[in-house]
Design a protein around this ligand. Sequence first.
Ligand SMILES: Nc1nc2c(ncn2[C@@H]2O[C@H](COP(=O)(O)OP(=O)(O)OP(=O)(O)O)[C@@H](O)[C@H]2O)c(=O)[nH]1
Ligand SMILES: [Mg+2]
Ligand SMILES: [Zn+2]
Length: 314
Amino acid sequence: MPKPNSLEKGTVIKSTGSRYKILTGGGNVVESCIRGKLRMNETRKTNPIAVGDEVLFETDRKTGAGIITALLDRRNYILRKSSNLSRHSQVIAANIDQALLMITVKMPETPVEFIDRFLVSAEAYRIPAIILINKTDLYQPDDLEKMYSLESMYRNIGYRTMHFSITAGFDPQPLVELMKNKVSLISGNSGTGKSSLLNTLNPQLRIRTEKISDYHLQGKHITTYPEMYPMPFGGFAIDTPGIRGFGVVDMERNEISHFFPEIFKTSKNCRFGSCLHIDEPGCAVKEALACGAINPLRYRSYLNIVEADDRKYR
Ligand SMILES: Nc1nc2c(ncn2[C@@H]2O[C@H](COP(=O)(O)OP(=O)(O)OP(=O)(O)O)[C@@H](O)[C@H]2O)c(=O)[nH]1
Ligand SMILES: [Mg+2]
Ligand SMILES: [Zn+2]
């Protein structure tokens, strides 16, 4: 009788949907696939196992390849839908300490609604989110004005923001302090400099980066699969492909406001407990909007998510 292969525990550091790289406790990296039975279980998710997942795997004695046999309980995870109306969702990463959203005011411009959809998801999965604004070297006075007003909008709500230029006069220290000994997800639209940041923090990495398109002023989707990298100061960072749109997942209409902290706080004073803050009488959110206490950009993002949700039920 052949001896059964021994089971080992490891962390998924790369996932292409069919092939996985696993980091073992001993620091080895094992190329793996996934046992068929495991794959069947979760039908609505395009990827049953994601970067950051802890798994059990067997090693084939002959080839040295791993076979994932079990997914261990997740401490947390963050999901997105590829579009609002899509029924399929994708686990972006699991077991993360924080999500860093890298945005740019131009080259490319990150839309506020994109930021807000990301923040809503992070709130929904209770993952602390921090906004990083990159490419300040490119900003003219009007761009800088826009940047400061974004920062003040998000700081007033309670989000931490930082701004810098990775390629001009970058001081890594604030990021080192932020990311030290933590698992950080780096997210954002294509071309904002996510991979560049990780190359700068860990020069051994040499992750591929590419100039954005001159014509569309958009990134070219250079990073194609999420991958987790060790950081020299302790901890890991997960580089992810630039996302086009961020669909929020499975929320009831009356739940969406819970993930806009300032709207949620204000909504306690609405006349009706069921208020959706659209056109109900005695709506404290509409009042706060009228007097400038709630930012109209945030309210617009809120409405767009509620209305996208509306379409789902038609
Ligand atoms: N001017 C300027 N360019 C930058 C800065 N940071 C990164 N870049 C450039 O922006 C381009 C895109 O950077 P990447 O790191 O590939 O962007 P990414 O976010 O990883 O993009 P995807 O992998 O497509 O999602 C590269 O040409 C970088 O050199 C910056 O601070 N200022
Ligand atoms: Mg990249
Ligand atoms: Zn209301």
